[in-house]
Ligand binder design. Structure first.
Ligand code: 1Q0
Length: 229
């Protein structure tokens, strides 16, 4: 069932990954960033087949960045730092230097690929914040689509927006959502406690994601890469 597969997902792993993705020098460690997404994919996969095309899309993007990373030997100038895909900024510098970033057409760069994940992280930030503030009976689909319309829809075709609208109808209700986030409650009386814990964890996760999002946004802005095709 949905719940059994959902047990695999651990929100604290999302929190840990995104927290440890940021270094003291405000660098984003790509491996940690991708690990945060790996955990989010588990959540998506627990939602079943209608959402399937969304988790396929995310897995595809993660695969592209990892593939580029595997295939990129450090150039001489980069030798010192080793892996050019270690951090977001080193990836940007490396891909710009290697001429991999195309500002006019679609290309297969880590920069344009991660930009898609970055926009999706904006959606997630808005959505989770709304979930944290929601009350019993609120529709997850509605919260989701408000965030979607703000953060992602402007970058999607009309056809895709319709498909997303259909997929959102299949979202679990709020109670099940919190069950996935907090784990299953054994006793009815523990429910309130679980929800408080869940909300707290959600809040900390939103903060971690927001920090990663803001630093990433600055880096894209500084390189004039916010609109990469
Ligand atoms: C929880 C429900 C998820 C609802 C997802 C909202 C809408 C997502 C729409 C995704 C459409 C994907 C189809 C392909 C789109 C691409 O064309 C597009 C652009 O790429 P490109 O190469 O064509 O230029 N790709 C994207 O825009 C990437 C979008 C990925 C969206 C992924 C969002 C899913 C995030 C999921 C994490 C959910 C965890 C929530 C709960 C955590 C626990 C508290």
């Amino acid at each position: 069932s949905r719940l059994c597969r959902g047990r695999d997902f651990q929100i604290h792993r999302v929190l840990t990954a995104f927290n440890s993705a940021v270094t003291g020098e405000r660098e984003i460690l790509l491996e940690r960033y991708l690990e945060g997404w790996d955990e989010l994919v588990k959540f998506l996969e627990s939602l079943g087949t209608v959402i399937g095309f969304i988790s396929q899309e995310v897995k595809g993007k993660l695969g592209v960045v990892r593939e580029l990373r595997r295939g990129a030997p450090a150039t001489e100038e980069e030798e010192e730092g080793g892996d050019p895909y270690r951090t977001l900024r080193s990836m940007m510098a490396h891909e710009l230097r290697a001429g991999l970033v195309d500002f006019r057409r679609q290309s297969l760069s880590g920069c344009r690929t991660l930009l898609r994940l970055h926009r999706a992280l904006h959606w997630l930030q808005l959505f989770l914040r709304a979930v944290g503030r929601s009350s019993a009976g609120d529709s997850m689909g509605a919260l989701c689509s408000v965030a979607y319309n703000q953060a992602l829809a402007p970058y999607h075709s009309w056809l895709l927006r319709q498909a997303v609208g259909v997929a959102l109808v299949a979202l679990p209700d709020r109670a099940e959502f919190f069950r996935i986030v907090c784990g299953e409650e054994e006793e009815e009386e523990e429910k309130g406690e679980r929800e408080r814990e869940g909300r707290q964890l959600l809040e900390r996760t939103v903060l971690a994601i927001t920090r990663v999002y803001n630093i990433t946004q600055e880096a894209y802005q500084a390189n004039g890469m916010l609109d990469l095709p």
